[in-house]
Design a binder for this molecule. Structure first.
Ligand code: ATP
Length: 363
């Protein structure tokens, strides 16, 4: 039994369905990130788990108990909106202890729990200092400590790192993952930042228009996106999603008309469920899944370079091919010039295929 179980969870605001028939399990020790574009229903899902919104339909189970009718206080959760705002006149120890006063913990209990959290977050040396005398990273660790010092069944975080500057965010991501996994509690984090979800989450639930499109590990979401939406949403620069028509096979290999060019992919079509020739397929190729080629071949695509953007060690190249834009990332110093022709071979092991409805075609 998972610590958080959502079954058919639905939220309507008037006629608008903000969360639509969502099923999700979050295990103890698991960090689940809800990821998706603005308005997809992630915050509403989190608020229903917390009890800040009533569900229109479905069940919310926490620790095996149906909590739909319980107020937030009785749900055994800790909800954190952002890691910031410490009390400036209180010491680190007093800041950490603050949430425990509300639950009327004994002084001995408070002391023990503050010491435990301080050790976990490497704040033991700073317990008597006020926030003004802390480094920025230490302040954030106190804020995290204050969020997790209560010992609920689950933690709910809403964009916890969104107010931090980039350097601190990067530092906090890996710390938070280690910390939350070690706490052995179910954690749900809402974020619209895919890097945050990919680094902190043990699993990611990608949402769109109130639905969950895919729940999987960061690796699987990236390597095997369930549909074109997830494929286009995860990964930067964005995956190229190219409309292709299936042509008759070339020696049993999948052959497509894409970007107004024939392309033979070294994918055996026998024993595969593929749309028949003539049908539309979406070919997904990430910008880093191309090799530049010096000569044309049946397994290559050609285009004309429009824009070259240096990315440091790599270069992002925008090409026009068959009237469409193609994004390709190549090693720096590849001798590229605008308006020159470039031939590329898709790396077949990294090619994704989607059917006419946009669903992944499994290899
Ligand atoms: P964001 O990242 O922008 O916060 P989100 O994915 O968290 O987006 P929600 O805040 O859950 O999305 O909103 C989902 C949909 O429900 C949106 O269309 C939003 O406008 C709508 N919505 C949210 N709260 C209410 C409300 N109290 N009344 C009416 N509509 C609402």
């Amino acid at each position: 039994m998972a610590d958080i179980e959502l079954r058919g969870l639905t939220k309507r605001f008037g006629k608008m369905v903000a969360v639509n028939d969502v099923d999700l399990d979050v295990e103890a020790g698991e960090v689940m990130c809800l990821l998706g574009p603005s308005g997809c229903g992630k915050t509403t899902t989190l608020r229903m788990i917390a009890g800040l919104e009533w569900a229109s339909a479905g069940d919310i189970m926490i620790g095996g108990r149906r909590v739909n009718d319980l107020p937030p206080k009785k749900r055994d959760i800790a909800m954190v909106f952002q890691f910031y705002a410490l009390y400036p006149s209180l010491t680190v120890a007093e800041n950490l202890a603050f949430p425990l006063h509300a639950e009327k913990a004994s002084p001995e209990d408070i002391k023990r729990r503050v010491a435990h959290i301080a050790k976990l977050l490497e704040l033991d040396h700073a317990l008597d200092r006020v926030p003004g005398r802390l480094a920025e990273g230490e302040k954030q660790r106190v804020a995290v400590g204050r969020a997790i010092i209560r010992d609920p069944t689950c933690f709910l975080f809403d964009e916890p790192l969104s107010r931090l500057d980039i350097a601190l965010r990067q530092e906090m991501r890996s710390q938070i993952k280690t910390l939350l996994t070690g706490l052995k509690r179910a954690t749900v984090i809402v974020t619209h930042d895919q890097i945050e979800a990919l680094t902190i989450g043990n699993r990611i639930a990608v949402m769109r228009d109130g639905f969950i499109e895919q729940v999987a590990t960061p690796h699987d979401i990236f390597a095997s996106p369930a549909n074109v939406f997830v494929a286009g949403f995860i990964g930067t620069p964005q995956m190229n999603l190219l409309a292709a028509a299936r042509l008759p096979d070339t020696k049993g290999r999948l052959t497509l008309n894409v970007l107004e060019q024939p392309l033979v992919l070294d994918i055996a079509t026998a024993n595969r469920t593929l749309p028949p020739p003539g049908q539309v397929i979406t070919l997904g190729i990430r910008p880093r899944a191309f090799e530049p080629m010096s000569e044309a071949g049946a397994d290559t695509l050609g285009g004309t370079i429009d824009v070259i953007e240096p990315l440091g060690a790599e270069t992002l190249v925008h090409l026009t091919a068959g009237g469409e834009d193609l994004r390709v990332v190549l090693a720096r110093g590849s001798g590229l010039r605008p308006r020159s022709a470039l031939r590329l071979r898709p790396i077949v092991s990294q090619v994704h295929l989607f059917d006419g409805e946009g669903r992944r075609i499994e290899p």
